[in-house]
Design a protein around this ligand. Structure first.
Ligand code: THU
Length: 168
């Protein structure tokens, strides 16, 4: 298989969670806690997400699946809609997403380069929150070795995005 190249100028890379700020460590802890509430009997892929809101509040979410597979909602969207529905006037500053499946030996994620990154649909939803509050959202990802990648905006991972003709 062709080696996947990632564009290194789009994010900052850290060796481990230990290099992060206290609030970022707290976000990872919360994301792993929320992951325990994942309802993922179909994929067995448990995901947790935590957001830091502008007012310092932390809200989270986990993936929620359905017997009708296509209805599954990712942890990131559950967290964002949780924030949007409970704290509609507060911007999101940071988003963390994690899984416990980093080291799973029996699937395609069993390699050194696995990074859990938001799916395309979630990227579009994150962008909506950036546009809605006119504020970029930092996205913190982890790889299978516990390294952390920080993007300063979803726009780094969603170029040429659809932004809605009514916005800008
Ligand atoms: N999933 C997430 O919750 N977030 C991601 O970033 C990737 C995928 C969920 C959706 C589904 O429940 C399961 O993981 C397998 O795709």
């Amino acid at each position: 298989m062709k080696e996947k190249k990632i564009q290194k100028d789009k994010f900052k890379k850290y060796k481990s969670i230990e290099e992060l700020s206290d609030i970022e460590k707290e976000l990872f802890t919360e994301a792993f806690n929320k992951m325990k509430h994942a309802y993922a009997p179909y994929s067995n892929f448990h995901v947790g997400s935590a957001l830091l809101l502008e007012d310092g509040r932390i809200v989270g979410g986990s993936n929620q699946e359905n017997a009708s597979y296509g209805l599954a909602i990712c942890a990131e969207r559950v967290a964002l809609f949780n924030a949007g529905s409970n704290f509609p006037d507060v911007a999101v500053k940071k988003l963390v997403v994690v899984t416990k499946n980093y080291n799973k030996s029996d699937d395609q994620n069993n390699n050194d380069n696995f990074i859990l990154a938001p799916c395309g649909a979630c990227r579009q939803v994150i962008l909506e929150y950036e546009n809605r509050f006119e504020k970029d959202i930092e996205i913190l990802l982890m790889d299978s070795k516990g390294r952390v990648y920080i993007f300063n905006s979803v726009k780094q991972m969603l170029p040429f995005a659809f932004s809605g003709y009514f916005l800008k």
